[in-house]
Design a protein around this ligand. Structure first.
Ligand SMILES: Cc1cn([C@H]2C[C@H](O)[C@@H](COP(=O)(O)OP(=O)(O)O[C@H]3O[C@@H](C)C(=O)[C@@H](O)[C@H]3O)O2)c(=O)[nH]c1=O
Length: 182
């Protein structure tokens, strides 16, 4: 596993090893000791898979409010996504900055997102699967979000939004709602 610091403070890209043979491949996605050696020592307590039918679908931007703020691991299992993390920690050197990653099922990359960042992605083709592991339980009352087109965040998405949930359209803009973020 190769760990590299991302631009967003505390975020990392993790290149996963994969062993190939005539049947296909095998690779480890989580290694507690290697993660801890590289500064990721939280427990991952839930893992989920999302499946998205169509290209141009946007999910996000999502985070959980305290005391359920969570770290996430994100890995694309099928297809390709444009993945975005956005730093909402006022005490962070990268506060309100965002970073994007193209995650493709064949490139063996995973993103570690520290607690206090919002996360979202857009699918770049049909039939996309994304794996997540989270360091906190899903707490519906603390699930929160921000608008994907928030001018304070300035995220430029690679194509027009073709599909988005009603829930994701009703998130507030950050300016004026900073207090409800945490
Ligand atoms: C996130 C989540 C949702 N759910 C339920 C709630 C709802 O009925 C259904 C779909 O939830 P959502 O609409 O929130 O799904 P989705 O919009 O795909 O939410 C995901 O978006 C990306 C960007 C993330 O970063 C994820 O952590 C997660 O927030 O699944 C759970 O039971 N557990 C969970 O951990």
């Amino acid at each position: 596993m190769l760990f590299r610091q991302a631009e967003i403070s505390g975020a990392q890209t993790i290149t996963l090893p994969r062993h190939h043979d005539e049947r296909g491949s095998f690779g480890r996605i989580f290694d507690r000791d290697r993660f801890a050696e590289n500064g990721i020592s939280c427990d991952f307590v839930q893992a989920s898979i999302s499946r998205t039918s169509y290209a141009g679908t946007l999910r996000g931007l999502h985070f959980q409010r305290a005391p359920y703020a969570e770290a996430k691991l994100v890995h694309c299992l099928r297809g390709e996504i444009y993945d975005v993390i956005c730093d909402l920690r006022p005490d962070s050197p990268t506060y309100l900055k965002h970073q994007y990653f193209y995650l493709n099922c064949s490139d063996n990359e995973m993103i570690y997102i520290p607690p206090g960042c919002a996360h979202g992605f857009m699918t770049l083709n049909d039939d996309v699967e994304v794996f997540y592991a989270m360091s906190n339980i899903y707490a519906q009352d603390h699930a929160s979000g921000l608008r994907f087109d928030d001018p304070a965040l300035g995220i430029s998405w690679p194509r027009p939004v073709a599909h988005i949930s009603a829930k994701d359209l009703q998130w507030p803009y950050y300016k004026g709602s900073e207090d409800m973020v945490w």
